[in-house]
Design a protein around this ligand. Structure first.
Ligand SMILES: [Zn+2]
Length: 224
């Protein structure tokens, strides 16, 4: 194609020429610092549970630590909605999800997104979590916007761990019945787990059978 010839697509990491449907080449994908998919539940990893507490979640899936390229792309996408970064994140999420399922990873009945607060949604105009995950998940399962915020909460990043918990008490509610369902709640970055756990508790209170946390990345101890 003439356009391909003029605008040769290149890998976002190594700049090698790639197929125009991709953002990262096979080599960069294979060597990317993903969490090992063989350990499908990251709550079994002591280095994860040392920094993240998810007492209302049965399991945890994530692509990698919030550092390096992953941190760069996620932070860029959060503040500047650029299509090429969205495509990179989608490719990473899709690749890690496929491997997760190959090793018998959790397959929920329903995916829910951590909702942005109304004010943040209005200022940003989009939810970066559903933008990057929805296209990947649509092929597989039921994606719902049933989880919503009951009231505005302060930005979690400004608060201590104890303050985060108080800030989130009864912050979420559900618009649909999820009785007896296996749920995955998705966020882009999990830092302490307080937001995710508050959402998971809401789902369990509403009768969910199992709740897993899914995230694009987890903040490592050094970043806290
Ligand atoms: Zn590459």
């Amino acid at each position: 194609m003439l356009l391909d010839w003029i605008f040769t697509p290149r890998c976002a990491c190594c700049q090698n020429t790639i197929n125009h449907k991709l953002s990262l080449c096979e080599c960069c994908l294979v060597t990317f610092p993903f969490f090992c998919p063989k350990q499908s539940n990251l709550l079994h990893r002591p280095d994860v549970t040392r920094v993240i507490s998810l007492k209302y979640c049965d399991g945890l899936f994530a692509c990698g630590w919030y550092q390096g390229w992953l941190q760069y792309w996620l932070s860029q996408y959060k503040f500047h909605k650029q299509t090429y970064i969205k495509r990179i994140l989608m490719q990473l999420i899709n690749y890690q999800m496929q491997r997760f399922w190959q090793y018998g990873g959790f397959n929920p009945d329903l995916y829910l997104f951590i909702p942005l607060s109304q004010t943040r949604y209005v200022t940003r105009g989009y939810n970066q979590v559903s933008q990057t995950w929805s296209p990947v998940l649509k092929k597989h399962s039921n994606v719902s916007e049933a989880l919503f915020r009951v009231r505005a909460t302060k930005a979690q990043s400004t608060l201590s761990r104890a303050q985060r918990k108080r800030n989130l008490k009864d912050a979420f509610s559900l618009s649909h019945c999820i009785q007896g369902k296996n749920i995955a709640i998705i966020d882009d970055v999990i830092t302490t787990g307080s937001t995710m756990d508050a959402a998971a508790q809401t789902c369990l209170d509403a009768g969910a059978a199992k709740v897993w946390a899914f995230a694009t990345s987890l903040t490592p101890l050094l970043g806290k």
